[in-house]
Design a protein around this ligand. Structure first.
Ligand SMILES: Nc1ncnc2c1ncn2[C@@H]1O[C@H](COP(=O)(O)OP(=O)(O)OP(=O)(O)O)[C@@H](O)[C@H]1O
Ligand SMILES: [Mg+2]
Length: 252
């Protein structure tokens, strides 16, 4: 694997005394498209929120670009935040603001840029996701796929090295979903952005994922890790094989 950019060690996550996942270990390489899979409620979003420092682990560590994630260490936390972009599940745009204003928000907040420089950057970001010329539109004037792309433009605003996307294609038709996959691949190839994506759409997984981890609610652990095509063809775990081959449980 290439240089490691995210390193998760002995990560146990939960809320109160409810443990969601325990003792997770995995690495993500620079420039990888890494997909997190698993059934509803197993802890995918929770894992992503731990990786961006929104939640604190019960135990274990997460390192981003060699820096230990610790929201209590303000200086390091800010340095990490400057290198990542996030689109949360259902990641909505602010509905009363135009697309341009939505994308400008993180730029004016964090970059120190003002005026024309912000406008130029906003135009560039919208162009990168195929929404050039839509600066003055309100989110309600866009299709679902366009809204997702605009949310990605906002997450890209500060040129992150790592982009976290939680179910980016949820609710999209197959064509918009395929377009989103193409966008992720293009950004990955042209900008070298590392992607951490939560999705359970098989077509998307086979198209974009270099590597996946599959979380399992029952054992609260990772039950599969690797290339999705290999897992489909060679996994010895019956559930993993069924998932990637889209077979129902009853079939023998
Ligand atoms: N802020 C929170 N406080 C308490 N419990 C939480 C919180 N966030 C998530 N949980 C619980 O953690 C578990 C995992 O939730 P999570 O949202 O991570 O699942 P998920 O795999 O993303 O599911 P989905 O596929 O439906 O998005 C669930 O039992 C959920 O109720
Ligand atoms: Mg989720």
């Amino acid at each position: 694997m290439s240089e490691t950019v995210i390193s998760v060690r002995g990560l146990t996550m939960g809320f109160g005394d409810h443990v969601v996942m325990k003792d997770l270990d995995f690495d993500i390489g620079k420039g990888e498209i890494f997909v997190i899979l698993g059934g509803s409620g197993c802890g995918k979003s929770t894992l992503l929120k731990h990786m961006v420092g929104l939640y604190k682990p019960m135990s274990g560590t997460i390192a981003i670009a060699g820096m230990l994630m610790d929201p209590d260490d303000g200086e390091t936390f800010r340095r990490i935040l400057a290198r990542i972009g996030v689109m949360y599940q259902g990641g909505a745009l602010f509905s009363s603001m135009t697309l341009g204003e939505n994308v400008a928000l993180p730029i004016t907040e964090y970059s120190g840029l003002r005026g024309r420089a912000v406008d130029d950057l906003v135009r560039l970001k919208l162009r990168q996701v195929g929404l050039e010329g839509f600066e003055n539109h309100l989110p309600e004037e866009l299709s679902g796929g366009m809204k997702k792309r605009a949310a990605i433009a906002r997450a890209l605003a500060l040129n992150p090295e790592i982009l976290f996307l939680d179910e980016p294609s949820a609710g999209l038709d197959p064509i918009s979903s395929a377009e989103l996959d193409a966008l992720i691949l293009r950004l990955n190839r042209t900008l070298g952005t590392t992607f951490v994506v939560v999705t359970h759409e098989l077509s998307s997984i086979f198209t974009i994922a270099g590597r996946v981890v599959m979380l399992d609610k029952t054992t609260k652990s990772i039950i599969a890790e690797g290339d999705p095509h290999e897992l489909r063809d060679r996994s010895t775990h019956p559930f993993v094989r069924r998932f990637f081959n889209r077979q129902p449980e009853m079939e023998t």
